[in-house]
Write a protein that binds this ligand. Structure first.
Ligand SMILES: Nc1nc2c(ncn2[C@@H]2O[C@H](COP(=O)(O)OP(=O)(O)O)[C@@H](O)[C@H]2O)c(=O)[nH]1
Ligand SMILES: [Mg+2]
Length: 331
């Protein structure tokens, strides 16, 4: 073998190795992009790359059905996907009216998609907090539903919109709750007012409302202990009353853990007695739940799902988009 032939063979082997490494790297990257988590989180990919402004089509819901559906098992499948018995029955009756008895799965899914879009799209789901004057948002919900986390995410949302934010740590029962909110305030660079342990939550809310500048947003994080039903009701309505002495309360948001399914509804009913709810934020949709609970909660509380929580990070809050919802559910 001549020296030229040896050089030629070495170059060929080297070239082959470079090609193999490039192909395997490209395949690995593609595999990451199509992992179940990023598919769930929609077009924007991982949570860190998602913009804070709740965007359209940025979160696809999980498919509603666990098996092939036809008109005979549709109602059961909807109930199993947390839609709720009454709502499921109503939907199936509506679909049956427009579908042939032997309708196949594709036809049923298409009809369900159209029904969902036409039923959910006309509802106004915007947050009513003005950009050019001060406003307030009160968070309510059972312990662990995601109130404090969502308050932090909302702080980022309003701050990114150009507004000053003051967080009111009104869960004075547990010191850890105030600390948790304090961490969010530091992270997002917004103001916070905390009280002493056991302090009247309404007085903390009032102090925080007194600190608002022009076009600032007050976000009131509250406690959600259900053991003391009467106290909870009194506490929440008093918080709203005192805040209103200083600033208009634009939103009373019920925070619900979607993974609780139907149980989330029965637990949260009490909050609609305490506050005139204006919207729902469904959290933990990145978990194992099926999105059917959206239909059930709107039916139960007669207020719109305005946003959904899809992770623990500050950018993991999305506007609820009926079309993406219907598309994901019926895919
Ligand atoms: N995966 C996930 N976890 C969440 C979401 N929202 C809140 N959490 C977590 O749920 C737990 C309870 O949340 P927290 O805000 O303390 O609930 P609170 O008791 O209602 O204030 C915390 O571990 C949060 O990080 C979400 O959208 N997705
Ligand atoms: Mg909390």
């Amino acid at each position: 073998m001549t020296p030229i032939e040896i050089v030629f063979i070495v170059c060929a082997i080297f070239g082959l190795l470079v090609a193999i490494i490039s192909i395997s790297l490209a395949l690995r990257k593609k595999g990451q992009n199509t992992s179940p988590k990023s598919a769930l989180q929609g077009q924007s990919g991982g949570s860190s790359s998602i913009s804070s402004a709740p965007s359209k089509h940025s979160f696809l819901f999980r498919p509603l059905f666990s098996k092939t559906v036809d008109l005979s098992n549709l109602e059961d499948e909807l109930i199993m996907a947390d839609v709720g018995a009454e709502k499921s029955h109503g939907i199936v009756e509506k679909l049956k009216a427009s579908l042939p008895q032997n309708a196949g799965e594709a036809e049923i899914k298409q009809a369900l998609y159209s029904y969902l879009v036409s039923a959910l799209s006309p509802i106004d789901r915007s947050l009513k907090v003005p950009e050019d004057q001060s406003g307030a948002v009160i968070m309510a919900g059972v312990n662990g539903s995601g109130k404090t986390t969502t308050a932090g995410k909302l702080a980022k949302y309003f701050k990114d919109r150009g507004q000053d934010v003051v967080l009111a740590a009104c869960d004075t029962f547990r010191p850890a709750a105030g600390e948790q909110l304090e961490i969010w305030a530091q992270k997002e660079g917004v103001g916070i007012v905390r009280g002493k342990e056991g302090q009247d939550p309404a007085s903390v809310a009032f102090n925080a409302a007194s600190k608002l500048g022009p076009s600032s947003v007050l976000i009131v994080d509250t406690a959600g202990r259900l053991q003391t039903k009467k106290n909870l009701l009194d506490e929440l309505s008093k918080i709203k009353r005192v805040v209103e002495k200083k600033v208009q309360v634009d939103e009373c948001l019920l925070v619900l853990d979607a993974t609780f399914g139907q149980n989330a509804l029965s637990q949260a009913k009490i909050f609609s007695q305490a506050l005139p709810l204006t919207g729902i934020i469904l959290t933990k949709l990145d978990g194992s739940c099926k999105g059917g609970v959206v239909l059930a909660v709107e039916d139960e509380f007669k207020v719109p799902v305005k946003m959904v929580g899809v992770g623990e990070g500050d950018s993991d809050l999305r506007a609820f988009d009926p079309e993406a919802f219907a598309k994901g559910l019926t895919q």
